[in-house]
Design a protein around this ligand. Sequence first.
Ligand SMILES: Nc1ncnc2c1ncn2[C@@H]1O[C@H](COP(=O)(O)OP(=O)(O)OP(=O)(O)O)[C@@H](O)[C@H]1O
Ligand SMILES: O=C(O)c1ccc[n+]([C@@H]2O[C@H](COP(=O)([O-])O)[C@@H](O)[C@H]2O)c1
Length: 216
Amino acid sequence: MVHLMMNAVTRGGKRRLGVMGGTFDPIHHGHLVAASEVAHHFQLDEVVFVPTGRPWQKAEQAVSAPEDRYLMTVIATASNPRFSVSRVDIDRPGPTFTIDTLRDVSQIYGHETEIYFITGADALAHILTWRDVDELFKIAHFVGCTRPGHVLHDPGLPEGKVSLIEIPALAISSSECRARVGAGEPIWYLVPDGIVQYINKRGLYRPRESEGMGGC
Ligand SMILES: Nc1ncnc2c1ncn2[C@@H]1O[C@H](COP(=O)(O)OP(=O)(O)OP(=O)(O)O)[C@@H](O)[C@H]1O
Ligand SMILES: O=C(O)c1ccc[n+]([C@@H]2O[C@H](COP(=O)([O-])O)[C@@H](O)[C@H]2O)c1
């Protein structure tokens, strides 16, 4: 079910592009289901996943190499013809701001494209802290996905610029996946099979001494 905070999203026969930004460390089925549900409800022609380069609000935490996160995103989305992955954020030097993501994407896809920025309810709650927030709402419509454990307390979002969509609850997070791998617990079926294999192959999320001692 879709809860619209505005009554209608303009259509006008334009191409509709979903943009899903995230750290994707690693990408998991929560991300993929959210993108799929938003694509279905808003009849998006394509969803482009954009792994962050340097997520400035996660500066305090260790984040895997951009190239690993990019490759995992490619692997996870490869089987869906409507999903693609962009390098714009990982190739841009400096901290990642969504305003730059949206400017780059709209330049690549052209101004005849309506952009829907897909994000979780947790991220949306902090959107007013994002760089050039007023400009963001001029470039894209924002779609906030409900996420288990996160209730959106409207921080004062502009009317008509944001929609909320309830998606099937998948209580998965990247941090939980990383913790499970670190503890030697399985992440099969929380992430696509190819991601389990990529994490094993690259030894991601493991304490150094246990490297090579088994699979996820
Ligand atoms: N299970 C989920 N359901 C719905 N949205 C999700 C889910 N997991 C993540 N998201 C959303 O996807 C976007 C990108 O998420 P991100 O890459 O930071 O993953 P994460 O699981 O939130 O990571 P971490 O646990 O490290 O914070 C965010 O907007 C986030 O809210
Ligand atoms: O533009 C900003 O200031 C900004 C601040 C925090 C997060 N974001 C974006 O929000 C998306 C989700 O981020 P994260 O860290 O929850 O994976 C991702 O595309 C980030 O670039 C953007």
